[in-house]
Write a protein that binds this ligand. Structure first.
Ligand SMILES: NC(=O)c1ccc[n+]([C@@H]2O[C@H](COP(=O)([O-])OP(=O)(O)OC[C@H]3O[C@@H](n4cnc5c(N)ncnc54)[C@H](OP(=O)(O)O)[C@@H]3O)[C@@H](O)[C@H]2O)c1
Length: 212
């Protein structure tokens, strides 16, 4: 077990942070507002610490748990402090009225993050199709682990993220290279469409059923 850094102290940071400390990882919570980071650290309890926003994160894995509208600036602000890190992009660059994406037509969130990240940082898309409250409720539903879809170009970084995901009691599902992150971002739109038109609540998840 190692140290995981999380930039952001909201719902996803809380859900992933709690699962990670339960699994024996040390979690460094980093927020632009140190008081908010401390509140989350106190809520998570043993195994959580605060880090300083803009400083070099302690973990080799850095989870970007801020809105997409903030993530490019945040990664840009960190600059070379993120050199060599695995940046886990959990963002969903979806317009608030759900009418489309905030990203350029010919790109997608994870690609835009990779453009502003240090050249030797590896961007891995993960967790973006799981709802914070479902994750917070527990890693397993209906007798099997929740699926965490992963996409990235760096095989070693993906393996590292998959190992981390598995350690949380979740099932990592590799979907391919970073260009698949576009599909995963669209999968969040699918989730939102299902929530709005069919399921009518957020207590569900998208996953893979294996039949043989
Ligand atoms: N919620 C979900 O179910 C879910 C599921 C999958 C993926 N995601 C994605 O996960 C990410 C985090 O979602 P969340 O639900 O945890 O959001 P959240 O509860 O709103 O928390 C967002 C965090 O980002 C920080 N933040 C906002 N603007 C910032 C800025 N300009 N610079 C630095 N930090 C900033 C906030 O700090 P302050 O408190 O100081 O504003 C807060 O700590 C988002 O990209 C979201 O799309 C969410």
């Amino acid at each position: 077990m190692g140290t995981i850094s999380i930039i952001g102290a909201g719902g996803m940071a809380a859900a992933i942070g709690r699962l990670a400390t339960r699994a024996g990882h040390t979690v460094e919570v980093i927020s632009r507002d140190t008081a908010k980071a401390q509140v989350l650290v106190d809520r998570i309890g043993t195994g959580a610490t605060t880090g300083s926003f803009g400083g070099t994160p302690a973990g080799d894995i850095v989870i970007l748990a801020v809105p997409y509208s903030a993530v490019l600036d945040a990664v840009g602000q960190y600059g070379e402090k993120l050199a060599g890190k695995i940046l886990v992009d959990i963002t969903n660059p979806i317009k608030s009225d759900l009418s489309g994406f905030l990203t350029p037509e010919d790109s997608f969130g994870a690609r835009e993050i990779a453009k502003v990240a240090p050249a030797d940082a590896s961007v891995v898309k993960a967790f973006n199709t799981q709802n914070a409250s479902v994750l917070a409720a527990g890693p397993a539903v209906v007798g099997r682990p929740l699926d965490v879809f992963i996409a990235g170009d760096d095989a070693q970084a993906k393996t590292r993220v998959a190992t981390f995901v598995e350690s949380l009691g979740l099932r990592p599902m590799d979907t391919g290279n970073l260009s698949m992150a576009r599909t995963l971002e669209h999968a969040c739109m699918l989730w939102l469409g299902l929530m709005t038109h069919s399921v009518k609540h957020g207590n569900f998840s998208i996953g893979v059923s294996l039949h043989g």
